[in-house]
Design a protein around this ligand. Structure first.
Ligand code: SIN
Length: 319
């Protein structure tokens, strides 16, 4: 029996339109509506009963917390009735939305994000195949309990680990030292690994009734840092700071001094701009091996539950 999959559209290049079929960079993301995306892949209906819904239609650089909350609440509502969800999304912040949903969706049913690197009007546009594959993964029993997944370019990635590593190539996503979870091999989804961190049905975080998220900024470490941005963030009243530190999370001595004082009142998390592996556990919460952009999301959700540094640290070791 065919499963019921709902496709929620948010925009991005998969819904992008250019003036010419050879133009893959000058185009308007978030232009086509969900019906056009589904109509472009009639084969989808051979694999699942699909319905579409437009959540927004934007370039994902403009994603907002309001959209995240709307999306998470809508998914939690829909999953009572459907077997799986696919979200079409711009690739620029796709990994952030995926991790936010990985922590806030309250179901083991498959939730899959996909997008495209080439606009729908381009020669060899990748969106149609990505959408078909995403629906196949959403309709696959083996996707249950795997957390939120990202399906791009025939690859299946875990929301926690996946990151965009290329600005143009269709092979734009990678799960760094962890590797992908599976592939769509000859059109058939197959899994080889699972992610061990807590997610979805086991997550302690909830967006139910939440109107906004705590204000958390990322400060990017660099040579010759004078601490200007850290001071500005603290003066602006942030509730938390993610340090995208150098190497093993190292922070310029002057900046670190400011942060040690700040950490008496706000949450400070050490992460790394390196893009791989863990960071030192010293003075601040250590962000484990999350990228700074994902550490920001976990800290925002952590701060909806606690201000206790040791509790926040526990969360960074579990999610
Ligand atoms: C976007 O993120 O909305 C634009 C870029 C893309 O989807 O590849």
């Amino acid at each position: 029996m065919k499963r019921n999959v709902k496709i929620l559209a948010t925009g991005g290049t998969i819904a992008g339109v250019a003036n010419s079929a050879t133009d893959t960079t000058n185009y308007a993301a978030g232009t086509l509506g969900i019906d056009k995306l589904i109509d472009a892949v009639p084969e989808i209906k051979n694999f699942a009963n699909v319905g579409g819904e437009q959540i927004c239609n934007i370039d994902s650089k403009d994603i907002t917390e309001k959209i995240w909350l709307k999306l998470a609440n809508r998914i939690n509502e829909l999953l009572a009735d459907v077997d799986g969800i696919v979200i079409t999304h711009g690739t620029d912040t796709l990994e952030e939305t995926a991790y936010f949903l990985n922590l806030t969706v309250k179901s083991d049913k498959p939730v899959i994000l996909t997008g495209a690197m080439r606009p729908a009007t381009a020669i060899s546009a990748d969106g149609a195949m990505n959408l078909l594959n995403a629906v196949k993964v959403a309709a696959n029993q083996n996707s249950v309990g795997k957390g939120v997944l990202v399906v791009m370019n025939d690859e299946i990635h875990a929301a926690r680990e996946v990151t965009k590593i290329h600005t143009l190539n269709v092979a734009a996503f990678n799960s760094r030292e962890f590797g992908l979870l599976g592939c769509v091999n000859n059109g058939v989804p197959e899994f080889y690994r699972t992610s061990t961190r807590k997610h979805t049905g086991n997550s302690e975080f909830s967006v139910n009734g939440l109107k906004a998220l705590p204000y958390v900024k990322i400060i990017y470490g660099h040579a010759c840092d004078d601490g200007l941005f850290v001071a500005a963030a603290i003066n602006a009243g942030v509730k938390g700071i993610i340090c995208a530190g150098m190497g093993n999370g190292s922070i310029n001595a002057n900046v670190e001094e400011i942060l040690i004082r700040a950490a008496e009142n706000i949450a400070v998390v050490r992460s790394s701009r390196c893009g791989g592996s863990i960071v030192a556990n010293k003075n601040f919460v250590d962000g484990d091996n999350l990228t700074p952009q994902k550490a920001r999301i976990l800290l925002q959700l952590a701060l909806t539950k606690t201000n206790d540094r040791y509790e926040v640290q526990r969360m960074f070791k579990q999610y």
